[in-house]
Design a protein around this ligand. Sequence first.
Ligand code: FAD
Length: 459
Amino acid sequence: MAPSCSPINSLHVAVIGAGAAGLVAARELRRESHSVVVFERNTEVGGLWVYTPQSEPDPLSLDPNRTVVHSSVYDSLRTNLPRECMGYSDFPFVPRPEHDESRDPRRYPTHREVLAYLRDFAREFKLVEMVRFGTEVVLVEQDGRKWKIRSRNSDGVSRNEIFDSVVVCNGHYTEPRVAQIPGIDLWPGKQLHSHNYRVPDPFKDQVVVVIGNFASGSDISKDLTGVAKEVHIAARSKPSETYEKLPGADNLWLHPMIETACKDGSIVFKNGKVVQADTIVHCTGYIYHFPFLNTNGYITVDDNCVGPLYKHVFPPALAPGLSFIGLPWMTLLFTLFELQSKWVAAVLSGRVTLPSEDKMMEDTNALYAKRDANGFPKRYTHRLGVVGQAEYLNWIADQIGEPPVEQWRNKELEDGYVRLATQSDTFRDKWDDDHLIAEAYEDFLRHKLISVIPSQIFG
Ligand code: FAD
């Protein structure tokens, strides 16, 4: 659909969060002539990538009244995708400046490099001037055709303000999902969620069971092997007879899920193996959480499906005043944030129109029906996957007159996920897709986004 040439509406828009999603949302909204206030409860930009050694006092984060620590980043974290495909379209995530030793030029850099990139992005596009730091949004609700936001600053002072529109970019890796384990109430060991894991030192000489074998589970178990006595991964996706000694360490084993936890401290896996464990680390993901949102029950989070949402962004009955950036997963996240933001900005200005509420609802119900027919649980509603993500991103690009996502970018994601699954101990340092790196950098040069190809980018 080509954007229309009707006059532009300039609205007063609130963005919640100054992470990778909120920053690009603010930029795109301002580019589309909206006036923007970004509410950020932290004291700096970067969201999840602002590492802190602090974790929450409640190690499973079950207490609703706990002091929330936003970031889930652990000290040793390096990105799980190649940097070329992670950046925004016109501000590539390349090593810069080239000779600054505080920066990490590797293809899979540390979390500090991602934060440095986001700070560079905010500086380059003068985004910080739109952000109200130390200000938490505590309530969002409709006020006639507008939206009321109640915020609280670091001195505890509350303020109500009215906006034409609210764009929610609060991040989705802070509210843990914890595995249900038969017998766990009587098991005497310690438990924590990966949200509260920072460094391996506290687990010295322990026997640790790590639940989950995707990105965080795999990283954290490897981190632990350096100090722990034994590390046992429990993977839900593995057949019940699984029992493997994993490469890269002499104290790391892979099992299927836990059968039961016992009051004598033992953990029994579905393969029949038994270990006396000190600690269980739940690397079991996160849930969407919008504690500030009051839509009188219209928007719900049911088994991690946020709905109803047209194309994961607009609630049909509340669109376009309320929108959500960044809900989908298994995708090129920064690209998704950018395209969704451009779409929201263009819809708000009237340059692009949405279908009627009924049509949006029909489309949303069709998505749910397809999900159910394919046998996926509700919690997979926002999972795009390798094929679905390219289709989805290109659909949004088409709505706003942007070119489709580059082939090399999609292929880097696809190959990156395969490497992550098949060579989890080496994927960040060994690859065989230098041709994709070359294509990416040629693209950056052609579009004058860089002036030279930095040294040391090939493996
Ligand atoms: P966040 O970065 O979480 O930012 C949300 C912001 O909203 C925060 O600054 C928060 O303080 C603020 N906020 C929240 N609530 C309020 C409120 N009520 N009022 C005011 N402010 C509020 N993605 C990749 O592309 N590559 C990777 O390698 C990668 N690795 C990851 C590793 C881990 C361990 C995790 C958990 C995620 C990883 N991701 C990765 C995904 C990552 O979450 C996204 O890349 C992205 O940074 C998320 O950006 P966001 O803006 O949506 O959320």
